[in-house]
Design a protein. Structure first.
Length: 131
């Protein structure tokens, strides 16, 4: 007798009520992907440049996953390559940054639409309603 396999369905639910602890705004991911240090630095650089005021960014991630790469002209075998870069695996609905914006002279949605092009995931801004 052949029995059909039963799989649990994956739920793609993004929590809209994410907790913001250290600031007034938070950046939440909508997709899942890997992110490296160059992408994070360019994201921070654009935000600090576009917002003409005082801003404090609190990162909510740690680059802890090593990525290895072998030398280009090496033959097969001889073990794993050297550590080339560290990445962070972003999950759906995860908060990347929390921030305090003081004296902002520009619209935050416009700034983050420009800065989100530097990241491999789609993001959205969450406002802290608990303060």
């Amino acid at each position: 007798m052949i029995i059909k396999k039963k799989f649990k369905s994956k739920k793609n639910i993004i929590s809209k009520s994410a907790n913001v602890y250290h600031g007034f705004y938070a950046v939440q991911s909508i997709d899942c992907n890997n992110i490296n240090l160059k992408q994070i630095e360019s994201f921070k650089k654009i935000i600090k440049k576009k917002i003409k005021g005082l801003i404090f960014l609190y990162p909510k991630f740690v680059m802890d996953y090593p990525v290895t790469k072998k030398v280009k002209n090496s033959r097969m075998g001889k073990g794993k390559g050297n550590i080339n870069d560290y990445i962070f695996k972003i999950k759906r609905g995860q908060i990347l940054y929390e921030m305090d914006v003081i004296k902002s002279s520009s619209n935050l949605e416009e700034v983050f639409s420009v800065a989100s092009k530097q990241l491999p995931v789609k993001i959205r801004i969450i406002k802290n309603t608990g303060l």
